[in-house]
Design a protein around this ligand. Structure first.
Ligand SMILES: [Mg+2]
Ligand SMILES: [Zn+2]
Length: 177
């Protein structure tokens, strides 16, 4: 299971880099807990172009990660693209680089994963990796859906609904120890 961060787990706040400003979205904790309890490996895959644009440093991103795990429990990995679009890296969503890296490091099959996010790039990441993509209508989700920018496998009003869909779809992909 791969989650987007902003607009999916936590409230979308433009270029958020202050851990004190993190606000969990409704249902996020329960969704993460349920998936974790069901045996899913859980990762976060997030574009943080604020680093590449010079708005904040990786230290701020790491502090955000730490606070995120205080609020939601540990993830198996938090994967960050720090690049700006102009960098043309291989890891900025919707490119599948970070998910492929995670699958190699953690020992899962990327196409077995479900990606949950609020943007076209999150669903794009899923499909570029041969995985399923769930759009949550929090964050930018409702706007991207209304604009026809996204063709998700499922649309959920919140993360808990997304998690419940995942739980009815498939059994957890096991990670290798
Ligand atoms: Mg997002
Ligand atoms: Zn990148």
């Amino acid at each position: 299971m791969a989650f987007d961060r902003d607009g999916t787990l936590i409230a979308e706040k433009n270029y958020l880099a202050d851990p004190a400003q993190i606000e969990l979205l409704p249902g996020a904790r329960e969704a993460v807990d349920r998936l974790r309890a069901a045996g899913y490996g859980l990762i976060v895959v997030t574009n943080q172009s604020g680093v590449g644009r010079g708005y904040f440093g990786m230290d701020a991103v790491l502090a955000m990660n730490q606070r995120l795990e205080e609020l939601l429990g540990s993830f198996d990995g938090i994967y960050v693209c720090p690049h700006a679009p102009a960098d043309e890296c291989d890891c900025r969503k919707p490119k599948p680089g970070l998910l492929q890296q995670a699958s190699e490091e953690l020992g899962f099959v990327a196409s077995d994963c479900v990606v949950i996010g609020d943007k076209d790039v999150d669903v794009g990441l899923a499909h570029n990796a041969g995985a399923k993509g769930v759009l949550v209508t929090t964050g930018y989700g409702a706007g991207h859906l209304a604009a026809g920018r996204v063709r998700p496998d499922f649309v959920a009003g919140d993360l808990l609904t997304a998690a419940q869909w995942v739980l009815t779809q498939q059994s957890p992909a096991r990670t290798t120890e």
